[in-house]
Design a protein around this ligand. Structure first.
Ligand SMILES: NC(=O)c1ccc[n+]([C@@H]2O[C@H](COP(=O)([O-])OP(=O)(O)OC[C@H]3O[C@@H](n4cnc5c(N)ncnc54)[C@H](OP(=O)(O)O)[C@@H]3O)[C@@H](O)[C@H]2O)c1
Length: 324
């Protein structure tokens, strides 16, 4: 059954932390895979899930860095989401271990990088943030347990672009923010169709906007652009007080992955630890200490027809579809 794209009154909000949403929740005996689980929001997600008793597997493109960040908090393996052979190999190693998965949180991403091509010439943000995760979940599907949840970490950046069906690879000129927007819309649409396919097996999918948080994600944004955006000063010191902390930023993905309040629901886009409102396309006007910003979810990011179309295209491009 389709879940309404409207808040449910979760009792949590923008300042809730991942540890707070897990209070009273015991994840002992559960296994979670967290991509990007060694940096920024992924690292806080790993800490929170492990703190609640889950065994966390972190597939990393820099395993040594991941091991240094995580110590014995999580199991680390190798995965480059921009390389489909690497995705298949990681999934093969995991599935042959004989274990089942209860939670997948697709947190890894790159943002607004200079024009980069991977694989057969694919635009790197779409390929890494969407196609890599698409292939990963489809390869892992046989070992995803009934009752599992899969969380696609999208962004309010999805407001920058829907799927560019007529120029997906930016052959008519590259725009780093539109490319991020398209990839983050794809993350949301992936959850919509995965939820539809997974529901009969008791597997539900969600997408989330975590909030705005200063993390290494901003590494490709020149300092001058960050200053112009009102994020930092000329020394790189944060000046905005509307950013969430990483612990708050991890909360919505952890909430979507574990909250009993979402039982029987799926396919929706969440923010601030609740289901988000549909958005008009106009940014929310600036408020005290906060610039104008987009909130809520655009209809093109929850559209079931576009979600099915994107799924079919992604299956064709990656050569993997667990539901074919
Ligand atoms: N921070 C924000 O304000 C914000 C806002 C909205 C949405 N988000 C979303 O939140 C998620 C987490 O972002 P974050 O702020 O935690 O960023 P982050 O600290 O940069 O973490 C991103 C992670 O993704 C990994 N990654 C990048 N490319 C990869 C690849 N090819 N293969 C495997 N892993 C790869 C990175 O690994 P390396 O460190 O090895 O590169 C890193 O561990 C992202 O999906 C982002 O779009 C963030």
């Amino acid at each position: 059954m389709t879940t309404a794209q409207h808040p449910i009154g979760s009792g949590f909000g923008a300042s809730t932390t991942a540890a707070e949403v897990l209070r009273g929740i015991d994840l002992s005996g559960r296994l979670a895979i967290v991509t990007g689980g060694y940096s920024g929001l992924g690292l806080e997600t790993t800490r929170a899930l492990a703190g609640a008793g889950a065994h966390v597997v972190v597939p990393a493109r820099r395993p040594d860095t991941a091991k240094a960040a995580l110590g014995d908090l999580a199991e680390v393996d190798e995965l480059d989401l921009g390389d489909l052979d690497s995705v298949r190999d990681f999934a093969g190693r995991f599935t042959s271990s004989g274990r089942r998965i209860d939670i997948v949180i697709n947190s890894a991403a790159i943002m607004a990088c200079p024009e980069t091509r991977v694989g057969p010439g694919w635009e790197a943000q779409f390929a890494t943030n969407h196609l890599g995760h698409f292939a990963l979940v489809n390869h892992l599907w046989p070992v995803i347990a009934p009752g599992a949840r899969i969380v696609s970490v999208s962004s309010r950046g999805h407001h920058f672009s829907g799927i560019r069906w007529d120029d997906m690879w930016f052959e008519r000129g590259y725009d780093k923010w539109q490319a991020y927007g398209q990839a983050k819309t794809a993350n949301a649409l992936f959850a919509v169709h995965l939820d539809e396919l997974g529901e009969p097996s008791g597997v539900r999918a969600f997408s989330v906007h975590p909030g705005s948080i200063l993390t290494p994600l901003q590494r490709h944004i020149p300092l001058a652009e960050q200053i112009a955006n009102g994020w930092v000063d000329e020394n790189g010191t944060p000046v905005a007080d509307w950013f969430k902390t990483p612990e708050q930023g991890a909360a919505t993905q952890v909430w979507a992955a574990t909250s009993p309040a979402l039982a029987g629901m799926g396919g929706v886009y969440c923010e601030d630890c609740d289901i988000a409102e549909p958005a008009s396309g106009e940014p929310l006007p600036s408020g005290p200490g906060r610039p104008a910003m987009f909130l809520g979810v655009r209809d093109y990011a929850t559209d079931r027809e576009q979600a099915a179309r994107l799924w079919a295209l992604s299956a064709e491009l990656t050569g993997v579809n667990a539901f074919a």
